[in-house]
Structure formats: C-alpha cells, structure tokens
Design a protein around this ligand. Structure first.
Ligand code: IVH
Length: 720
C-alpha cells in the first residue's frame, strides 16, 4: 500500500533533514542536488495540496544551519535568504504573473538574469569603504566569521574608491576552480588519502578550517553579485546598477549577466545562459531571475525563506548518449585492473568526454554494459562522468556480455602476466610485481610526502625512471648518485629534458629518508590494508619489519576468520567441537588485548602484511634494506616504557575539521600525551575528537556510546 499523504510528508521531512545534514554539516552528500531538489519539490506539492499538514519546522520553511565550533557568530545586517527553485518554465512564468499582481501593474517587468553559482555563500561587510569582515550564511540571520580564511582569496578589494555607502554588505559565493580541485586531489592521492568528491564540498570545508595557514594551502576563488544591507538605503537604484558598480570597484564578478524586459526576454536569456555557463570558472546549476529596480524589490518584499522578487530556474543535470567503443583496462599500483569506458567523444557540460569510469566487472555486469552499446552518461556535479545506463533499443546485433578475463585474453594488458580474481572481491589483479605501471606507481607512492617525502619524484619522473629501467624497484633509488640522476632524460628523444638539479635533490632526499621512522617506511612500501594509521599502530608494538614478519600473534590473528568459518560449518549439535573453536578464537582475542593490539590490526591487515613480508618480493626488500644499511628507527616507544602522560592506553579517533589543529597536529598532541590515534570507531575507542563537518564516524560513535569531545573539551581536560 502506498503511504498516505500524511505519512509521505513525514517520510519526506525526515529524509530531507537527513540529506541536509549530510550535505551541510558532514560534507558527505549521498544524493545529487537534483535528486535532493526533487524530494523538496514533492514535499512542497504535498504540503500545498494538504495544507492541514503544514508545519513551521518543515524543511520547506527553514533556512539550514552551518555553525562550526570555534568560529565567532556574527549577525547579518540584512537577512541572507535562500531562493525559490524551479525546474519548470511554467512556474517561472507564474512568478512573473504573481509579481505583476502584487505590484498592481499590467506592464512588463524589468528583470536581470544572472548565473546561479554553485558555491559557498558569503557576506562581505564594508564600513566607510573599508573591508571589515566575511561571514557565512549560517542560519540566514547570523553566520560564522571566516575573515581569516577569506583574506587569502585573491581579488577582494580591501578599500573601495569614490563615493561609498557608510555601510555595505556585498554577497557572493566562494568556489574552487576545477584546476585547483584536481591539484588538491592529486596531492591527496599521493598522500594515500581519499579524494574529495566535488569542488563545492571542498570549498565549504576549506573556508571552515580553523587553521588559516592550512586553508591558505588550497586556492579559493570568489565571485560577488548581491546587495545586502546598505546605508543609505537608496544608494543603488537597481540590481543592474549594482552589478556595474561592483565591476567598477574591481570586485570579481560574473562574466555574464543580462537585462530583460518582460518574462519572454528573461526566458530567452535563461536559455542563452545555459549555452554559456560551462565556460565559466565556477560551477553553475541554474539562472536567477531578479526584479531589477531596488524600490520594486522592497515593495514585493520577503517571505521567511525567500525574497518574492527573485526566482531560480535550475537546469536539469545534463546527460549525453554516446557509443561505447571499447573498454580500456588500467593497471593500478596494487595491480588492480580497473575498467574504463572508451567512448566516442561527446560534449557534456562544456567539456569533451571520451572516458568514464566503469568501477569494476560486477558493475558492468549489473548494468549489462556491452562494447558497441549506446550508453547514457551523466556528470551530476561530480568531476568524473559515470555511465548510468544502456540504451537497449540501440544495442547492435551480436554484442556480447562483458567478461574482463576474456577481454584481456587471460593476461595483464600491461605486462602479459597472470591475473586472478580473488574470492569475494570484485576486482581482477595482475600478479606480476614487475608489471611496469605497478612499478612506476609504487615508486611514486614510495616517494610521496607522507611516505618517504622524496620530493621531485612525481608521476612523470617515476614513469621515466622505471620505463628506462633506471629504477626497477623503489630501493634502487638509494643506489644511484645525484650526478647520474641529474643526467636522466625525462622528456623523449625529440624533446629531451634532463632531471638536472632535481636529480641531485632526489639523491639528497634519499639520504634524509634513511633516518625516517619505521612507520613511514612501512607505509611507503604500500602493502594493501597497511595505510598510515595501521603502520603507526604496528610500529608501536614491533620494532622491526623482521619482528612483524615472524610474529606468531599476527599469524594467529590472520587465522581467525578461518576458525570462525570452520565453526559456522559445524552442525549445531556438535557442541564439543564448536566449543573448542570458540575457545581458540577467544584466546587469540585475549592475547591481542593483553599485548595492547587494537581491533584495527585485524585478520585482513595481518594476512596482507605477513603475506607480503614472507613473499619473495618482501624477502628481497628486507635483504636489500639490510644491505643498504638502512635500519629505520622504531616508533615503538610504548614497549620501551618511554611514553608517559595522561592519555596512555587511550584510543582516539578523529573526524571533521577541528577549530585550530590540523589533523597532523591533533595526532601529534594526542601521541605526545601517550594516547593513540586510530582510524575507525569501535567499541574500544575511548574518545571521538570531532570537529566541524564530522563524517559517518560521528554517527557510529553515537551508536556505540563512545564519548564525543571537541577540541575545546580536550584542551580543558588535558591542555595542549
Ligand atoms: S540572489 C535574497 N543570485 O544561491 C536573494 N543568489 O539557492 C538571494 N546564489 O542564497 C540570493 N548565485 O547563496 C542570488 N546570482 C545569484 C546567485 C545566488 C548563487 C546562491 C545564494 C542563494 C542560494 C539560493
């Protein structure tokens, strides 16, 4: 039975509130803006049809909230409202009709049509022509003072020229360009960190960083378009005059806006904007139609959430159809074979798309994507387009279901080596550790900032060094002198480019790397499941790779799933045998606990770690380290009783952005006090140190009853 209108309204309110929270407070949206708007539209329609169920606290009546602990709250002089949206031409015409009625006129209205920027709203205040502060929208009445972070943004005029209003609020949007977004994500990747999903979330997270120096590492941009409070009030007679004034005063402004007389002309401009907007530096998701004259805007007035004098027309996300010419298989650092769609180039949202991600073989099967198919692709706010579906009617005769194994003729497409698909694993893997793309990516990873920090070995250099067989495995780098590296050609034969000074720097960085702690070396190897946190945790208990290789406890932990499986396969009646297995499992758990080994070091980690260290490749690595005389210093301070402090034995998990500490600083502070930082929340976590835009860990901690504390709480209890 379909839900009653009342039930559906309640469902929608809960759903919308959840998605608002994910989007605003956790920077982790689960659905696209378009899908979100569709939920709101459905709710609005239901509330309109059933006014008896209207409620003051409905999301359709509220402006959200974005306060971050650690930022000062500042009241806006004029409210920062939202805009009423539509995806429908008819509703835009309705808006025009309503305005005419409201203002009691039959004549044509003067409108301004502007791009709707998909950024982070900001309010800049000028007093007597001097820039004084920047504040987020917040709840519309008051927001967070982000002046320190905004000061890094280029282009904001600090002093206005000529005759200026005594008080002026200028509204705009902060955004991140696609180029900067790609740069930041590349850095994330090198650091072994997950990529940010889209530029808007990253920009929102960046303005709310409590450490301005950290915020300054990411380049933000700004565009201004709106008038807030102004004294004297009639200083700007229209939106178009205000736009011109912004430009004269060197504010960064939208590259295009237009004036229209009447809704027909406005509609034509909305459509024209759709053809221009993909060339802009910022992302846009619609057009805003505004009544031009300020005096008329005042007469039209405001609703609690929106002005009556403006309306946003949102463009539905664009999709395109194109032919899937083939499926390219890319080999990743760990040998995973990733299928990528090779598409007949097609224009989508202003760029030519020839590639789209296909995730893995299971995804391809689920959508039944076949080579030769016509497929529908969509960008939907994300950077990498995705194949959404197949247009079955256009399937050519003879198109065959996709099999990755057959597609690559049973061999790695890069090296011809053996491939394997592990049980319960969606991806195929190349088993040859010498496979060239794997070797190059391993070298790049090895040299990344958070690994051994050998600056100068980025993608290009790593590919050149490995393809020329100067480096066959990362440790080779330690046996090449600076002069040899300087003479390496990283260009090609026709346009050579020598490594030069960078080569000497690489050699010097290798010398420095020799003294880095064991955890950095362990992380640098790039063993699957052994990331930064796990590496640190492991090196607290083991003071060498050799100890990890031979640890009986780690070996036992890795057998746990097999024991559990055995137990589950025994008939319920075989109590004695089940009991023996239960005891064995419990014993392993107890032993791990007694040795202070957290749940993070689980079976998968142990299997992967010991699997590598005991493999031929691992043995070679260990022997080579020995030969090179590299003995990474252990971080194993707990075992030597060197760690004291109020937090000994306490496990912390970090989430979100903290007021003034970066993640690394927080880690260092906790560790200095004897505590540990773990990567995921479990029952054994003592504290979740949560900042703004906390992620799913927050909910998990709540669920498990883990104590959640802020940076402030931390400082009060344990000092800095
Ligand atoms: S006018 C009171 N113009 O979109 C009038 N807003 O979804 C409200 N936005 O709150 C704003 N581009 O943060 C206006 N050209 C534009 C805009 C724009 C983006 C943002 C703004 C607004 C939100 C509503």
């Amino acid at each position: 039975m379909p839900p009653s209108p009342k039930e559906r309204i309640e469902q929608l309110r809960t759903e919308i509130a959840r998605h608002e929270d994910l989007y605003r407070n956790r920077a982790a949206p689960e659905i696209s803006d378009f899908e979100f708007d569709m939920l709101v539209e459905e709710l609005k329609a239901l509330e309109k049809a059933h006014p008896q169920f209207a409620a003051k606290d409905s999301p359709t009546e509220q402006v959200g909230e974005d306060h971050t602990a650690g930022f000062t709250r500042v009241a806006h002089k004029a409210p920062m409202l939202s805009l009423e949206n539509t995806y429908n031409e008819g509703e835009l015409r309705e808006f025009d009709k309503r305005l005419k009625k409201l203002l009691g006129t039959d004549g044509q209205m003067n409108y301004v049509v502007e791009p709707k920027i998909d950024g982070v709203a900001v309010n800049l205040t000028y007093e007597h022509g001097k820039f004084v502060r920047a504040v987020t929208r917040g709840n519309g009445a008051q927001g967070d003072d982000i002046t320190r972070n905004v000061k890094n943004i280029r282009g904001i005029p600090l002093a206005l020229k000529g005759e200026v209003p005594a008080l002026l609020e200028v509204r705009g949007e902060i955004y991140m360009t696609a180029g900067e977004f790609a740069r930041v994500n590349h850095e994330q990747e090198l650091a072994g960190q997950p990529a940010f999903k889209n530029p808007r979330n990253l920009a929102a997270g960046t303005v709310k960083l409590l450490d301005p120096a950290q915020a300054a590492e990411r380049e933000l941009s700004i565009v201004l378009y709106g008038l807030g409070a102004c004294q004297p009030e009639g200083f700007f007679e229209s939106q178009s005059a205000f736009q011109n004034w912004l430009k004269e005063n060197a504010f960064p402004v939208v590259p295009w806006w237009g004036k229209a007389r009447g809704i027909d002309e406005a509609w034509a401009l909305v459509q024209k904007l759709d053809t221009l907007r993909h060339g802009f530096a910022f992302a846009t998701d619609g057009a805003v139609v505004k009544l031009d004259e300020t005096a008329l805007q005042h007469r039209a007035g405001l609703l609690p959430k929106f002005p009556r004098w403006a309306k946003a027309y949102k463009y539905a996300p664009e999709t395109a159809q194109t032919k899937l010419n083939g499926i390219i298989i890319q080999v990743g650092r760990t040998g995973i074979l990733a299928p990528v769609a090779d598409l007949e180039p097609v224009d989508l949202e202003g760029s030519t798309i020839a590639r789209a991600t296909l995730h893995n073989e299971d995804e391809i099967r689920k959508k039944d994507i076949r080579i030769g198919d016509t497929v529908k692709i969509e960008k939907a706010g994300e950077v990498i387009p995705a194949v959404i579906e197949v247009i079955l009617e256009k399937r050519p005769d003879g198109a065959k279901p996709f099999s990755l194994f057959e597609h690559v003729h049973g061999h790695c497409p890069a090296c011809g080596g053996q491939i394997k698909r592990e049980e319960n694993f969606a991806a195929w893997k190349c088993l040859n550790p010498q496979c060239p793309p794997q070797v190059a990516q391993r070298l790049e990873f090895f040299c990344a900032r958070r690994a051994l920090d050998i600056e100068g070995v980025g993608q290009t250099v790593a590919v050149a060094l490995t393809h020329k067989h100067i480096v066959r495995e990362p440790l080779d780098l330690f046996e090449i002198d600076g002069e040899t590296l300087a003479a390496v050609n990283i260009g090609d034969e026709t346009s050579p480019r020598l490594l030069g000074e960078n080569g000497r720097k690489i050699a010097a960085a290798c010398e420095r790397a020799k003294t880095l702690p064991l955890s950095r070396w362990l992380f640098a190897i790039g063993i699957p499941n052994v990331g930064e946190t796990i590496s640190k945790e492991l090196t607290r208990h083991f003071s060498s790779l050799e100890q990890m290789r031979t640890s009986e406890l780690l070996q036992k932990i890795s057998t746990r799933p097999a024991l559990e499986l055995q137990k589950s396969e025994l008939p319920k009646s075989d109590r004695p045998a089940r009991k023996v297995l239960s005891e064995q499992i419990e014993q392993i758990k107890q032993q791990a606990k007694a040795e202070n080994i957290t749940d993070e070091i689980g079976p998968e980690v142990c299997l992967s770690l010991q699997g590598y260290l005991n493999s031929e490749e691992g043995a070679r690595f260990l022997a080579r380290l020995e030969k090179l005389g590299i003995h990474p210093q252990s971080d194993n301070r707990v075992q030597h009783g060197e760690v004291t402090g109020p937090l000994v034995g306490k496990g912390f998990v970090l989430t979100g952005t903290l007021p003034t500490w970066t993640r690394d600083q927080a880690k260092a502070i906790i560790e200095k006090k004897g505590g540990r930082v773990l990567s995921s929340v479990s029952k054994k976590t003592d504290f979740l140190l949560a900042g703004e835009e906390a992620g799913s860990k927050f909910a998990k901690a709540q669920e498990l009853g883990v104590e959640i504390i802020s940076q402030e709480d931390f400082l009060t209890r344990w000092g800095s």
